[in-house]
Design a protein around this ligand. Sequence first.
Ligand code: CUA
Length: 332
Amino acid sequence: MFDNFPLWPDRASSTAGNVDALFIFLVIVSALMTLLIFTAVLYFAARYRRQKDVLAEQIEGSTPLEITWSIIPLGVFMVIFLWGAVVYFKGRTPPRDSTEVYVVAKQWMWKLEHAEGQREINELHVPVGRDVKLIMTSQDVIHSFYVPAFRMKQDVLPGRYTVAWFRATKPGTYHLFCAEYCGTQHSGMIGSIIVQEPAQYEAWMSGGTTGPLSATGEKIFAELGCVTCHRSDTQGRGPNLQGVFGSPVQLEDGRMVTADENYVRESILDPGAKVVKGFKPVMPTFQGLVSEEQLNALVAYVKSLSKGSEAGGSAKPAVAVPAKAAKGSQVQ
Ligand code: CUA
């Protein structure tokens, strides 16, 4: 509809049309109401203007009228609310099996790393038609990942992950902005999203890489010695991490949490915060010892340990119960 209207941004994601439709609806409703109110003001001003020898007449309330002007706006607002909620949830919930890209924001650049291992700065290559999930964090202050052509904006916070997703529908190069004032060079914290045809994208992907992010994570896992406690063969001093990601975890204090990106992150940086049932809080913190990029790699590695079991679709909670055989190695 507005494709050739110069003030309208490109519409290049699966969400963009829905957001635009809602926006246009809101503009039309607002315009109609404005017209209605100003017409009424002018009409009443003329119709009931002060006249000689006419006395004002006292008017009592009218219940039918009041109910009408309550019910109609309620209906209109409910439509806006429900429509908005549907667009919001669709735009906020990454589809399963999305391609994952880790984003680290810093003053003043965007660092991106594909799950396959490709690293980029201020540029993100994605194929057209594929769901892409962004797992984002900041190593200093609050930033915001904003791609107008995708109608997508998500704050990027230090100390935790936030998630956003998109499916690009049109090849091209689109602006990436930081949309949260983050210091003197904030306006320079820009980049491009480069949407390519699948074949082109595969060619780009086959360029230099250090191997999958999860493999990098596995290496760090071994280097930091995590592997001595989190053993994959038997139960060590820490929970066995096979199949943990994405599953509910029973905690020592009785709570139940889902092992998502933020849980894994917290368990590395603040291991005492959520201790798995049956284990002692013996793990040291890795705060300050691992960079955001290394954290992302570790999260990708833990995630990769659950890839196979996820396909089975079994909903049974993978509660990490300490095996009796491992008692000897448990710290008392
Ligand atoms: Cu980063 Cu503004």
